[in-house]
Design a protein around this ligand. Structure first.
Ligand code: 5GP
Ligand code: ZN
Length: 112
């Protein structure tokens, strides 16, 4: 997807602050952090929203990657939040699947 911001990051046309990458995913710091630690984990493959995710193994890998990064960032013990925003009601702005990993402060519930 040549017009997708996150595909441009996967292709190396835009260089985010990468914290982890492998053959399936890329993880980088959010440009507008909503917590002291705010990282996005994306599949290298273009999947627009959670509705189009068919590869369960890829979904599991995204989740396991978030947990590993949380540990690496020192968030595991105090805790953290992971979020997939989907479409309009979910508040999704970038239509390339991404898992938000937020930590470093007390979260509230329910989310706004
Ligand atoms: P969404 O609202 O789609 O769930 O989240 C999109 C996220 O992407 C937002 O938290 C936003 O700050 C982040 N974002 C948008 N553009 C860029 C960018 O160019 N670089 C980085 N690192 N993050 C971005
Ligand atoms: Zn994309």
């Amino acid at each position: 997807m040549s017009d997708c911001l996150f595909c441009k990051m996967v292709a190396g046309e835009i260089q985010p602050d990468v914290v982890f990458e492998d053959d399936k995913v890329l993880a980088f710091r959010d440009i507008n952090p909503q917590a002291p630690t705010h990282i996005l984990i994306i599949p290298r493959q273009h999947v627009p929203t959670l509705n189009e995710l068919t590869d369960a193994e890829l979904g599991g890998h995204i989740l396991k990657t978030a947990a590993a990064i949380a540990k690496q960032e020192g968030l595991a013990e105090d805790g953290y939040r992971t979020v997939f925003n989907c479409n309009r009601h979910g508040g999704q702005d970038v239509f390339h699947l991404h898992l938000h990993l937020l930590g470093g402060r007390q979260m509230t519930w329910p989310p706004g």
